[in-house]
Design a protein around this ligand. Structure first.
Ligand code: GTP
Ligand code: MG
Length: 137
């Protein structure tokens, strides 16, 4: 068993899809280890996506990611990182497989409903970004 990190992004929270997305996550066999609802400042969104700071879409991404509430979560399952990336589907919803969270709920390439960590190492870093210093998990 291992862990991944996810957050439901502002477009999906605003559209009222939080519950449906959490239901899909649980039905896919993930256990919610930690969950909260918060909003990023532009600066913190920039820190979270710092790996993309040289990309042309970085400033737009930071504005979008700080535009509304998000729901970060730590999830537990065997093979969590890879299985979760499969459940959410391709970055661009137009290319996401049928039945994936992004295919069902993403609005666009940028406003794509949900994040999923891309490695065990980043899952740990991103979990700490939102949950360090809070309750034991
Ligand atoms: P995350 O799980 O959010 O990290 O998405 P990803 O790993 O599938 O994609 P990536 O890390 O490459 O990009 C991070 C986020 O930036 C994406 O989820 C989109 O919200 C946004 N993004 C990626 N590519 C583009 C792009 O070409 N244009 C715009 N406007 N946004 C993009
Ligand atoms: Mg990524």
């Amino acid at each position: 068993t291992n862990r991944t990190f996810t957050m439901i992004k502002p477009d999906a929270v605003e559209a009222g899809h939080t519950g449906a997305i959490i239901k899909m996550i649980e039905e896919a066999g993930f256990r919610i280890v930690a969950i909260r609802k918060t909003q990023l400042t532009g600066e913190r969104a920039g820190q979270f996506y710092a790996v993309h700071s040289e990309r042309p879409f970085y400033s737009s991404l930071c504005t979008y990611m700080s535009s509304g509430a998000i729901v970060p979560m730590i999830l537990e399952k065997e093979n969590a990182v890879a299985d979760f990336r499969k459940l959410i589907g391709a970055t661009n919803p137009a290319q996401a497989e049928e039945g994936t969270i992004r295919k069902l709920y993403a609005k666009s390439l940028e406003a794509n409903a949900i994040h999923g960590s891309d490695s065990d190492e980043n899952a740990e870093i991103e979990s700490n970004f939102f949950f360090a210093g809070t309750d034991q998990y």
